[in-house]
Write a new protein. Structure first.
Length: 333
């Protein structure tokens, strides 16, 4: 039996142990696949309900139940070992599993009376605009997950890895957003899922190389795979998802700078007219609302408009919400 990294270190899993953990093969394959589908279906239902109810605790529960990381790590390990048959099986399982989660999310969305979108749901809002920081988090989590696969002495970190990598919730968010007609948000959630998958694959290959998991440990009856081509495809996948993530990060940074400038200008203007700035709200649909409140009469906004324009702020889709306030002294007869 092949042993990774060091035959003398009892904390290191054998290659066969890693295969058994993440590759659905051998006499137990039918039972493993059945267990995968049962857990994945339940996790997708739980995640969809949690997102619809805007419940963080429920969504976390779905992350722990979800077995989606297994076929992804199976594809990674099959690539390292040059096992073509199980690489194809793992990829097919990833695609079918992801599709099933999106469909379940869509079906749960049909049961809702209101649309589940980023504008009304924080669970959706947190998963439809992935940025480079999400890729960094996914890379770090992927490293931990791969090390946990190799080393049996830290395998108890897997529940934390499942929570951090968040594979099923973005898929159900994609289904819910699609049912609500928010196609762009649905694609954003799918991008987050693809980012996490690419991170697991790339970091897994790096970790396997560090622990010296060699292709000569593959079983004799396995069909070989072109490992170099597979590595190029996986790295290309990471680069491809990195492009929209970079664009999103730049856009988010630009929006944050714009909102900060608007807040400063609006607060200064509100002080000048004797009103108070409540907040500057980015509505996730492209518009920004400046909310101010104060006593009558309602102040003119011409000066505010001129000050914002002088700071280079695009006034398109920029609104001012004026809320008159009345103070009643209940202690006065």
């Amino acid at each position: 039996m092949a042993v990774t990294y060091s035959e003398m270190d009892g904390s290191i899993n054998t290659t066969e142990a890693m295969r058994d953990a993440v590759i659905f093969d051998g006499p137990a394959r039918g039972r493993q696949v059945n267990r995968f589908w049962v857990l994945l279906s339940l996790a997708a239902v739980i995640a969809s309900a949690g997102v619809a109810a805007d419940s963080t605790a429920t969504v976390i529960g779905a992350m722990i139940v979800a077995p989606m990381m297994l076929p992804i790590q199976g594809a990674m390990l099959s690539t390292v070992l040059g096992d073509r048959t199980n690489l194809i099986r793992s990829v097919v399982l990833i695609v079918l599993g992801a599709t099933a989660c999106v469909v379940i999310g869509f079906l749960v969305g049909l049961l809702m009376t209101n649309d589940i979108t980023a504008a009304t749901n924080t669970q959706v809002a947190g998963r439809v605009s992935p940025r480079l920081i999400d890729l960094l988090a996914a890379l770090g989590t992927g490293v931990v997950g791969s090390i946990a696969l190799v080393r049996r002495d830290i395998s108890d970190t897997l529940p934390g890895v499942a929570i951090a990598i968040s594979l099923v919730p973005p898929l159900t968010v994609a289904g819910l957003a699609l049912e609500s007609g928010a196609t762009g948000e649905s694609l954003g959630a799918l991008l987050l899922f693809a980012t996490n998958v690419a991170a697991i694959l790339v970091t897994g290959i790096v970790v396997m190389a560090f622990y010296r998991v060699h292709p000569d440990t593959v079983r004799a009856d396995a069909k070989p795979v072109d490992r170099r081509r597979a590595f190029v495809v996986i790295v290309s996948m990471l680069v491809i998802v990195g492009i929209p993530l970079t664009v999103s990060s730049v856009s988010s940074a630009s929006s944050a700078l714009r909102d900060s400038t608007i807040h400063t200008v609006a607060e200064r203007w509100a002080d000048e007219v004797g009103w108070d700035l409540v907040d500057v709200d980015d509505t996730h649909v492209g518009s920004v609302v400046i909310r101010v409140t104060g006593p009558l009469p309602v102040p003119e906004t011409t000066t505010l408009k001129e000050q914002l324009a002088a700071e280079g702020i695009d006034l398109t889709d920029l609104e001012v919400e004026l809320v008159p306030s009345y103070v009643v002294d209940l202690g006065t007869p």
